[in-house]
Design a protein around this ligand. Sequence first.
Ligand SMILES: [Fe+2]
Length: 191
Amino acid sequence: MSEKLTREKANEILHKHVKGENYIVHSYAVEAIMKGLAKRLAPDEVEYWGICGLLHDLDEETCPWRTDLSTHGPTSAKILKDEGYDDPVMANAIMAHNPVCGKNPETTLEYALIAADPMSGFVKAVAQIYPDKKLASVKHKSVAKRFNESRFAAGANRQYLMEIEKTGISWDEFIDISLESLLEIADVLGL
Ligand SMILES: [Fe+2]
């Protein structure tokens, strides 16, 4: 059994394998949302859920996802294993955020992660509409109403966002949790 992965070590692994500032910032955003979701769904595992979010795109710069999307996820699991962290729960959650790799989400943690990933970009896109582009200005209502505009933040997979409902959290509650969680690290996100 491998030793427990601390948040500090996870952040070190992230920076070792991911250099792009945008990816790092995205990783922090998904971590924040996952922690917010865990407070509601798995209060004893807030840090662990956060780490799953932090590392979900660990292979972004090392796997050939642009030409073979099925490598995204399993490659992160392999990196973690090679780093000495063989954790099937975390590996499955990371793989299930990209079902194209062959792993579908099945657990609360897995549903949360596949939804938290596009949510970070979706909220960011809504913030960009505001004159000050600040997260603090973003209203629940404007996030909610943009969902059905398929051309808005088209990269944010609506089907994946909706997976949140399989955790028992509604879309409305998900918006509140996400806004609140991202606001806590607004300076890190530059929003
Ligand atoms: Fe992601």
